[in-house]
Design a protein around this ligand. Structure first.
Ligand SMILES: Cc1cc2nc3c(=O)[nH]c(=O)nc-3n(C[C@H](O)[C@H](O)[C@H](O)COP(=O)(O)O)c2cc1C
Length: 179
């Protein structure tokens, strides 16, 4: 995974437990948070709650890729892990970009379009997926557009203060603009 970060950006990564199967945590060059950190941090009243700290800290959130499972959860307000809790608690005055990615068979199920529209209705920005080869080996899959040359990425970046980003794995990244 490459996360080219302009000097004035700080990035934190939130992962789901399932997503951990797809990357080596040692290769992530920024702070990585998962459900374990969420539950370790809070021991008693007045302790910080990680998903609230993260939603407060971040200026912008990118969910990349957004898989079918998390898409369905977010569309329905479910928040049963760190990632979906940050999204559920997200300050809607800040941008949230999402990049759906799934096999074509899942993408073409009618519920996908409905749920993507639901997220757009919340004010989130879709970075449309591109057709490419994913881990299942299928050619016809809808993956994350990873280059600012992809029209969806350049359009979304253009409307969010010129942010440029790139990734290739299952995470959300939370860039915070440093003071
Ligand atoms: C090898 C493999 C690849 C997968 N790729 C995708 C994918 O690209 N998109 C998707 O929506 N689900 C994919 N899945 C299914 C998700 O991993 C599964 O729904 C999982 O429960 C998602 O959990 P999470 O949303 O908590 O990360 C894949 C599963 C496997 C075993």
């Amino acid at each position: 995974m490459k996360v080219p970060v302009p000097l004035q950006l700080e990035v934190k990564v939130v992962t789901t437990e399932r997503a951990k199967h797809f990357y080596n945590a040692q290769e992530i060059p920024v702070t990585l948070y998962g459900d374990e950190e969420e539950w370790q941090l809070w021991k008693g009243r007045s302790d910080p709650v990680l998903h609230i700290e993260l939603r407060r800290w971040a200026d912008l959130m990118v969910v990349a890729p957004l898989d079918a499972n998390t898409l369905a959860k977010v569309a329905n307000g479910i928040c049963d892990n760190l990632l979906t809790c940050v999204i559920r608690a997200w300050d809607l005055s800040k941008p949230l970009l999402f990049c759906p990615a799934m096999n074509t068979a899942m993408w073409e199920h009618p519920i996908t379009a409905r749920q993507v529209e639901q997220l757009k209705g919340f004010g989130y920005t879709e970075i449309p997926c591109v057709v490419k080869k994913l881990v299942c080996g299928d050619e016809e899959v809808h993956g994350v557009a990873i280059s600012e040359k992809d029209p969806g990425v350049s359009r979304a970046c253009g409307s969010h203060r010129g942010l440029k980003w790139s990734c290739g794995c299952d995470f959300c990244i939370l860039p915070g603009f440093m003071e």
